[in-house]
Design a protein around this ligand. Structure first.
Ligand code: NAD
Ligand code: LMR
Length: 324
């Protein structure tokens, strides 16, 4: 089988340290598909990145057909078919993710241009570096020869958090929970929506008190990132790498028939959301393509939350106008 080239940025960082080994072990593309890993980090992290590359080789992974390291985006993205844009500064205690916009936005403009020049023409590109939605928008605008649908940003961690919290509350395995939706921005305005969720095939909102949904579940999902930073002194990495693998795996192989996932994608105006922002929707995927789940009835409670998170994304877009 021809190896697939996978580029990972921020290769010397914490998320990548979980992600790279799992990809090389076959957890992304399965036990038959060889991969070549293209590692990118800044020049100052060159030695660390080289060490990570040696560790990957030391595992003697049967599926790992090669590893390259570089600090030059055009080299890292050359013919890359799947791309994880992880490299960006993480927030620390007391910061909002959008406080990272000024520090990180230019990375995504530069990398968008490099992807435009050299990535495989059918590449699929996942943005993990915060603030994910607006960084993805910047990359899209700087890659005019690629289809905006080839980019997406990660809200799968929020989706997984919501699924796990609902399962715990209902005392069922996570596999009994379906049709969770994360709408909007990967920020404190995100809307983790249970209106259409099901637990053991029955409506979730018939199985949990409204008060728990509004005053516990929603804020806990919205603020789980801070919660982890408070406890660990640094942002989530193991759960983030896992979510990145699941997000890309589902994008490539498709979602199950009776469920959907949450992905932040270039808004096509679905549900009246403004176009040209990267907004998290419930989506189904098939053969490397995604579709926003259509026809969901939204009540006033949902609409209010969607409007708040859309407003924040429009403000973030205004703040980076010069990069679009
Ligand atoms: P980290 O600081 O451990 O690693 C980041 C790495 O990126 C560093 O090695 C750094 O040198 C590198 N980097 C910086 N600028 C770069 C550039 N221009 N090109 C290539 N590499 C560059 O951080 P981390 O914990 O791995 O987190 C990475 C990002 O992911 C952060 O922005 C964090 O907030 C974000 N994150 C997102 C989610 C999510 O759910 N979407 C979850 C967790 C973390
Ligand atoms: C998360 O949700 O854990 C990440 O986006 C990291 C953060 O800054 O919260």
């Amino acid at each position: 089988m021809t190896p697939i080239r996978i580029a990972v940025t921020g290769a010397a960082g914490r998320i990548s340290y979980s992600l790279l080994f799992r990809i090389a072990a076959g957890e992304l593309l399965g036990p038959q598909q060889p991969v070549i890993l293209h590692l990118l980090d800044v020049e100052a992290m060159d030695r660390v990145m080289q060490g990570v590359a040696l560790e990957l080789l030391d595992c003697a992974f049967p599926l790992l057909a090669g590893v390259t390291t570089t600090h030059v985006p055009d080299e890292a993205f050359s013919d890359a078919d799947l791309v994880f844009l992880v490299g960006a500064r993480p927030r620390g205690p007391g910061m909002a993710r959008k406080d990272l916009l000024q520090a990180n936005a230019r990375i995504f403009a530069e990398q968008g241009r490099a992807l435009n020049r050299v990535a495989a023409r059918e590449a699929r590109i996942l943005v993990v570096g915060n603030p994910v939605n607006t960084n993805a928008l910047i990359a899209i605008h700087n890659a005019p020869d690629l289809d905006p649908r080839q980019f997406s940003a990660m809200t799968r961690l929020d989706h997984n958090r919501a699924r796990s919290m609902l399962a715990a509350r209902c005392q069922v395995p996570v596999t009994a929970v379906r049709r969770i939706s994360i709408w909007g921005n990967h920020s404190a305005t995100m809307f983790p929506d249970l209106l259409h969720a099901e637990v053991e095939g029955r409506p979730a909102l018939e199985q949990v008190p409204w008060d728990w949904y509004v005053n516990t579940f929603i804020p806990q999902v919205q603020h789980r990132g801070e919660n982890i930073i408070d406890l660990e002194g640094r942002s989530s990495a193991g759960s983030a790498a896992h979510a990145a693998i699941e997000h890309m795996r589902d994008w490539v192989f498709g979602t199950p028939q009776d469920d959907w996932v949450s992905m932040a994608v270039w808004s096509d105006g679905s549900y009246g959301i403004a176009r040209d922002i990267v907004f998290s929707f419930p989506v189904t995927t098939r053969q490397r393509d995604w579709q926003v789940v259509s026809g969901l009835e939204l009540d006033d409670f949902c609409r209010e939350h969607l409007a708040a998170t859309e407003k924040e994304l429009l403000e973030e877009r205004d703040a980076v106008r010069e990069l679009l």
